[in-house]
Write a protein that binds this ligand. Structure first.
Ligand code: NAD
Length: 370
């Protein structure tokens, strides 16, 4: 059988650092093992257009491995051509690059390595919060440029203490973000999620649920987005919703770029309605060179804390998602049941409650929280 993996190119870094497992060079550490099982493994980063290796190899592929960091976009059209496809494995967390409804129609299983990088992302969220609130990046840029102007950067520098911070989505990552903020003495920690946290879990992180997203946004000094991208969240943060946020607040998005409208964010930052926006996810990946999120600035020249999609791909996380990918394939080859926590869609149904409110969320995963 053919196993096709679409991963990112690691180049020199990957040849020098074997722990960069998520790269085409290091092949998730599973190349020899797949071969020993008697199967063929094709690994590529060439993923766009009909002549790409991804699209050419897809029709014969039974197991497709993709990663959110360099997504092989598996559209309904491509699924229609992938006649042999049975299993899609996301090496990481977040399977929105697969058309999940089309996968359901074909009864293709989509599984991800749930939990594999949630600590990595939660830490990055806290980093981004501190970076934006303290106005760190423009201050650092000053130093690199040989300048020294305290007032120019202190004018937009605040404490996290005493601020109201809210998360959209309080699943594995959102919960861990609020957990990690406990030491900062925030005024309040809020969450908006269609599923309520178990009382004990909410108490442990002193989080208050707000049932309307708009009402939560109006109360927050900083909002962090931690829900999957699905029909209900695509373009959710448009100009209208962003206008409900407090003037001078910050928005952090490490969930998926397309949850926020590109130009609406850039406009809100350049007008100063948002004092800053930061994260690591982009509506198209790799982000084009002229993507406005690379260059947007608030009226004082700061307020932008964007990096490439890296928060969930620390070397620690790569080890976990590489091992998890192997485990999912091992179970598939042995005809064993998958860990229910890893299943997104199976047997033509959503197996996860995280991809929107659907009647057919019969089987469900875990409730929100840790
Ligand atoms: P999870 O399934 O544990 O939690 C997701 C939560 O979002 C659930 O509680 C769900 O009820 C909630 N939710 C869904 N739709 C919502 C909506 N419309 N409004 C409010 N809440 C909603 O998932 P997780 O492990 O916490 O990951 C969340 C997302 O983070 C992933 O789907 C992925 O897109 C993203 N992620 C990014 C990186 C990265 O490297 N940047 C890494 C991992 C995950």
């Amino acid at each position: 059988m053919k196993v096709l993996a679409v991963l990112y190119k690691g180049g020199q870094a990957a040849s020098e650092e074997p722990r960069l497992l998520g790269t085409i060079e290091n092949k998730l550490g599973i190349a020899d093992w797949i071969k020993e099982q008697g199967h063929e493994l094709i690994v590529t980063d060439d993923k766009e257009g009909p002549d790409s290796v991804f699209q050419k190899e897809l029709p014969d592929t039974e197991i497709l491995i993709t990663t959110p960091f360099h997504p092989g976009y598996l559209t309904a059209d491509l699924i229609a051509k992938a006649k042999k496809l049975k299993l899609c494995v996301t090496a990481g967390v977040g399977s929105d690059h697969v058309d999940l409804n089309a996968a359901n129609e074909r009864k293709i299983t989509v599984a991800e390595v749930s939990g594999s990088n949630v600590v990595s992302v939660a830490e990055h969220v806290v980093l981004t919060i501190l970076n934006l609130v303290r106005n760190y990046t423009p201050a650092h840029e000053q130093i690199v440029a040989g300048k020294w102007n305290v007032a120019a950067v202190a004018r937009d520098s605040f404490d996290v203490e005493g601020k109201v911070i809210g998360t959209v989505g309080v699943g594995r990552i959102g919960y861990r973000v609020l957990q990690r903020l406990q030491g900062f003495d925030c005024k309040e920690l809020l969450y908006y999620d269609y599923a309520e946290l178990p009382a004990e879990a909410a108490k442990a992180i002193k989080a208050r649920r707000v049932e309307s997203l708009e009402e939560m946004l109006a109360q927050c000094d900083l909002v962090t987005i931690n829900c999957p991208l699905h029909e209900g969240t695509k373009g959710l943060f448009n100009a209208e919703l962003i206008s409900k946020m407090k003037k001078g607040s910050w928005l952090v998005n490490t969930a998926r770029g397309a949850i926020c409208e590109r130009q609406a964010v850039a406009d809100a930052v350049s007008s100063g309605h948002l004092l800053g926006y930061g994260g690591d996810v982009w509506d198209v990946q790799p982000a084009p060179e002229d993507h406005v999120w690379r260059t947007m600035r608030n009226p004082n020249g700061g307020g932008q804390c964007m990096v490439p999609h890296m928060s969930g791909t620390t070397l620690d996380a790569q080890k976990r998602y590489a091992e998890g990918t192997k485990d999912i394939i091992k179970r598939y080859l042995a005809g064993e049941k998958q860990d229910p926590g890893n299943l997104i869609v199976e047997n033509g149904e959503y197996a996860s409650k995280a991809y929107g409110q659907r009647k057919e969320n019969a089987t469900g995963q875990k409730p929100p929280g840790p």
